[in-house]
Ligand binder design. Structure first.
Ligand SMILES: CSCC[C@H](NC=O)C(=O)O
Ligand SMILES: [Zn+2]
Ligand SMILES: [Zn+2]
Length: 419
């Protein structure tokens, strides 16, 4: 019943899997018990000790066809308990039917919806042709290096012969679900300025602070130009380069704060830059070297992280979102058949684990069926309405049915360079 489905969702939400100390043992036990209750085999892999990935299998009747991977991460970001209306791990349902919890949107909803969809399909007697795998992976919120990255590179993964991956998307405030065919690459940039120190009362050229501020002004102009494209309706969020300053580090510390009459000899700033797959990475690098951190201004730069925009052959890492990709068409039709409306395909503005699968040449679609829902991932009072959650289960039933029944005699899904 729906009540039981909501209660299972609540149980998963109540397990505190917040970084940096996620309770993976508890979430693993819970997921294995779910698999057992569905009479499905499950396996737990620790590519890194104490970082379990739970893999659940629904075998297909034509196991040689490439399989379907329904992917989710089990960890969530931390929550400031006292700033929430309801405790973030209570999964409280308010009078209006909203389920409040950290992870209710990102992305325990999706993981449980996969399981609920399987539960219903099994009850109906549906038989998949293709094998369907559910993967519940650790550590997405801290980069996925000990989870999805190792999984995608493993022999275990290779043997699954995956043809299509579904991963997370974003909630949509309007009535359309949002499909994502690519994502922006994070470039975590640190720029550093040096200059002669000097008396706080002296006006002179080339102090570290002045040099850094010139860069910040230039970066802000660029940021505004990108933001303007969105404001004018010319671009979607995922189609521009975003740059946000995330730290500033400068000054000479003193026991009472900072020395006030000394201009420091070094100053640093950090930026979270996100680069769309269509951006020419070389020209952005040139901008950084020539305008944001020019040697002529005694500046240098480095990256804390720089995820490539292109694959090894120099092509943008994207999944085709048109009729040339049968998985795309199947998704469109399945959503429609279940009474859902699909918005236009977008570039995910942040990062997801889907990049590790796309990087291997596999098609991956980011999709979290939450319409009429404010975007609250990583925010206070993250919630999902129970009716949207239940509707999402029907959507996945329809998608899984279509995907698992798709028989092209192995033409698509195995040919990795094609999609
Ligand atoms: C690049 S690793 C960090 C991944 C993180 N993902 C979700 O928020 C993000 O900041 O996009
Ligand atoms: Zn997520
Ligand atoms: Zn997240």
């Amino acid at each position: 019943s729906s009540e039981e489905a909501i209660s299972r969702f609540q149980q998963y939400l109540q397990i505190n899997t917040a970084q940096p100390t996620p309770r993976y043992q508890e979430s693993t036990n819970f997921l294995i018990s779910q698999a057992n209750s569905l009479s499905l085999d499950s396996q737990t892999f620790e590519f890194v000790t104490a970082k379990p990935l739970v893999l659940i299998k629904w075998p297909g009747t034509k196991p040689d066809l490439p399989s379907i991977l329904l992917y989710s991460h089990t960890d969530v970001v931390p929550a400031e308990f006292e700033k929430w209306a309801h405790h973030p791990f209570s999964a409280h349902v308010d009078d209006g039917g909203r389920i409040y919890a950290r992870g209710s949107q990102d992305m325990k909803c999706v993981g449980m919806q996969y399981l609920e969809a399987l539960r219903r399909l099994k009850a109906e007697g549906f038989q998949p042709l293709r094998s369907v795998y559910l993967a519940f992976a650790p550590d997405e919120e801290i980069g996925g290096h000990d989870g999805a990255e190792k999984f995608a590179e493993s022999q275990v993964f290779e043997k699954l012969n995956v043809g299509i991956v579904l991963d997370e998307g974003l909630a949509s405030p309007d009535g359309h679900y949002r499909p994502f065919y690519a994502e922006r690459s994070p470039w975590w940039l640190v720029i550093k300025a040096t200059g002669a120190p000097g008396h706080g009362a002296k006006l002179y050229h080339n102090s570290a602070m002045e040099n850094l501020l010139k860069s910040i002004e230039s970066i802000r102009r660029f940021r505004a130009s990108q933001f303007d494209l969105i404001k004018a309706g010319l671009r979607e969020e995922g189609d521009v380069v975003s740059v946000n300053m995330v730290f500033l580090k400068a000054g000479t510390p003193s026991p009472t704060g900072f020395v006030m009459n000394l201009q420091p000899s070094e100053a640093e700033a950090g930026f979270d830059v996100r680069v769309p797959p269509t951006t020419d990475p070389e020209s952005l690098e040139r901008r950084i070297a020539e305008e944001w951190a020019p040697i002529s201004r005694n500046m240098s730069f480095s990256f804390k992280q720089k995820v490539p925009v292109h694959d090894n052959s120099g092509k943008p890492i994207i999944t085709k979102a048109d009729s040339s990709n049968p998985w795309w068409t199947l998704l469109q039709n399945a959503v429609q058949k279940a009474g859902g409306k699909l918005g236009k395909p977008e570039v995910f503005p942040a990062s997801t684990d889907a990049r590790y699968f796309r990087r291997r040449g596999l098609p991956a679609i980011g999709f979290s069926p939450m319409a009429n829902t404010p975007i609250l991932l990583h925010d206070h009072n993250e919630f999902l309405h129970k009716d949207e959650y239940l509707k999402g289960i029907e959507i996945y039933e329809s998608i899984i049915k279509a995907y698992a029944s798709f028989d092209d005699h192995g033409k698509h899904g195995g040919s990795r360079d094609e999609l």
